[in-house]
Design a protein around this ligand. Structure first.
Ligand code: KG4
Ligand code: ZN
Length: 339
């Protein structure tokens, strides 16, 4: 009999649902919340309300596209955390109600672990090559920056992480001080395309171990803009492409240098990148280049599975289902949640 998992993701500002059958993707739907653009960042209360409005239509759409009905589902998996508590509660409550009504198991999923397992989302007829265990994963999202040794689907060890801001946060905050709309990461990526990445130099943090830091960069970027604007009021407009390319190169360098150090220290040559910042074109080019030179096998998730999505929740749910790792109905979400 087939194992069919409905995945629900609601940790931040995307309401998403997906269906995975026997490890293969059948559908993945996302309702993104435009409302936050007006505020330059995610407003938690508005996010919770939008999740309430979106969750049922998104689940219906995911089931319809998958050609499945509620009766076909083996289990429902939901994001337990980390994330915004009010947002997580919507997905968790929906999943509980669904599991109770259908009398099927409930599966709680760690959002970070799911970002890593996005590498295993496959089409039925696809020929995608998958990373082999153990592999090294650089997880770079809006809230996290971690280096993880992945020993098995559900067995991971963090060997380095940010001590302050996440890489995505650094992109978003730098974009914000330039007056770019939220989320700033994709905007910086776009404006950087024709820019010169060597036009401006920013200091990189000096941290000996495998940890990261981005708060110093954010502050020095802010002072750099303030000083430059004193001399030329239209400095940002005049140099937008070069500024974006330069800050993007600095963030990319910080991430890549630590990844190289981790690969050397662990001796692992299977390298995977995950999380929203994995969509960054400069990071993709740089790490692919390093991979060729260092004989790594490098894996990037497809763009739609780099940023938040429910397919990664459903695939993680599938692996937990295979190990009968189910959640009790009195489970509650966690705003903070380690791998
Ligand atoms: O994984 P994700 O969708 O959500 C979290 O779990 O945080 O990551 C969102 C982050 C945001 O900071 C966004 O600016 C960043 O990923 N991001 C990018 C790009 N696309 C998304 N950063 C740089 N370049 C991109 N192309
Ligand atoms: Zn995420």
């Amino acid at each position: 009999m087939s194992i069919t998992i409905l995945g629900i993701e609601s940790s931040c500002d995307d309401t998403a649902a997906a269906v995975i059958e026997d490890g293969f993707i059948l559908s993945s739907k996302i309702a993104s919340q435009e409302v936050h653009r007006h505020y330059g960042g995610v407003v938690p209360e508005l996010a919770s309300r939008a999740h309430q409005q979106n969750i049922i239509p998104v689940v219906e759409m995911a089931l319809k596209t998958a050609g499945k009905t509620r009766n076909d589902l083996s289990a429902v998996a939901f994001t337990r955390g980390p994330g915004l508590l009010g947002s997580l509660l919507v997905g968790a409550s929906f999943a509980k109600g669904f599991a109770l009504a259908r009398n099927i198991p409930l599966i709680d999923v760690n959002h970070l672990l799911a970002h890593v397992l996005a590498h295993f989302i496959q089409e039925k007829e696809g020929t995608k090559s998958l990373p082999e265990f153990p592999f090294l994963c650089l997880l770079v999202s809006g809230g996290h920056t971690q280096l993880i040794i992945v020993n098995d689907y559900l067995d991971m060890k963090i060997i380095g992480q940010t001590i302050d801001d996440a890489a995505g946060e650094a992109f978003d905050k730098c974009a914000k001080v330039m007056g770019l709309p939220y989320p700033g990461g994709p905007m910086i990526d776009k404006y950087a395309q024709p820019g010169n990445p060597l036009a401006f130099k920013f200091n990189k943090p000096r941290i000996e171990n495998l940890d990261f830091s981005f708060s110093g960069l954010k502050t020095s970027f802010l002072y750099f803009l303030r000083d430059s604007l004193k001399e030329n009021k239209s400095f940002i407009e005049d140099h937008r492409h070069d500024i974006c390319a330069s800050i993007q190169k600095t963030i990319t360098d910080i991430l890549t240098e630590k990844l190289i150090k981790a690969a050397i220290e662990t001796g692992i040559k299977e390298i995977a990148i995950a999380g929203g910042v994995a969509a960054n074109s400069a990071l993709r080019t740089r790490i692919s280049g390093e991979g060729l030179q260092r004989k790594w096998r490098v894996f990037f998730p497809e763009l739609q599975y780099s940023t938040d999505n429910a397919a990664m929740i459903a695939i993680t749910g599938y692996y937990k289902y295979m190990k009968s790792e189910f959640a009790p109905l009195d489970i509650s979400p966690y705003a903070r949640f380690e791998i």
